[in-house]
Design a protein. Sequence first.
Length: 364
Amino acid sequence: MKQIKLFIFLVLITAQGSVWAERIKDITSIKGVRTNQLVGYGLVVGLDGSGDNTAFTVQSLKSMLGQYGITLPANVNPQVKNIAAVAIHADLPAFAKIGQTIDITVSSLGSAKSLRGGSLLMSPLKGVDGNIYAMAQGNLIVGGLGVEGADGSSLSINIPSVGRIPNGASIEREVANPFASGDHIVLHLKRSDFTTAKRLADTINRVLGPNNAFAQDSVTVAINAPQDISQRVGFVSFIENLEFQPGEAAAKIIINSRSGTVVIGNHVKVYSAAVSHGNLTVTITNSREVVQPEPLSDGVTAIKLETDIEVSEEGSRMFRFPEGVTLSEIVRAVNQVGASPGDLVAILESLKQVGALSAELIVI
């Protein structure tokens, strides 16, 4: 007998107001100081028979051989299994200089089963503007493992068709950065909030003097900054280490329908409402029955699997939430009637539908 139960882990955030201070650098980013994505295409060679033989892999091999003066007849397609066509991607950090190296990730594009033991041949990495910013090459480090037996059986651990090359790309072009231009430094909050933006500007003005920082919207705070680049670096270092108290987040309830996790933020309240909710229990019983063949027949003994499904519903429970009830009181009321976290999810969804829940309900 197998009984299916729905387990939902309830995570409650019950902080009584924000009494902690955070560094400016932890909750903001500087306008223009960002990473840029690079992508490229290449060939991985030296595989132990785990490569692919797709049309674009063969075409890429012919093009590469042609660059070295080796021309294959048009009707000849080399049958190779030690080569794989791959996509390459990397992040180009802000202020990266020519000659520095960055890590790259290499992923199979075709039917290659594993990139273990392979080497990436020199491949250009381009930005969104089409320019080449780095050149990639090197031996792959593959964390996965894939093996296959002669009878077709196979075993795969992790993902052997993806690998990394630490310091596998050399930067060949720098990205222009507006950090040293203008007379302002602009900070962007990672979480939009008008209260936090105002408090951030007020904190900087208390240190630097009035009218040195001003909030432009719920994300952007502009700060007067020195134009001398050497002074600007020290200025930003000083600003980003200041601490202040950010605004509290809006009341939210987040439900993960796949994992069953419920996260209830602070300030979640409900208005007066009465709730009646019952529980469903699904019971699945699997039984095996041995079926014998008819006497003197050519049949064989078989095992027949029979499944019985039973659904039962417990008696409904009813309870009332008074107006202005807090988060802790919601949980206490649900626990008193013996409801499970699954019941809590259904109750919260119903309260939101009738307009009795003063929080944003997010289902992911």
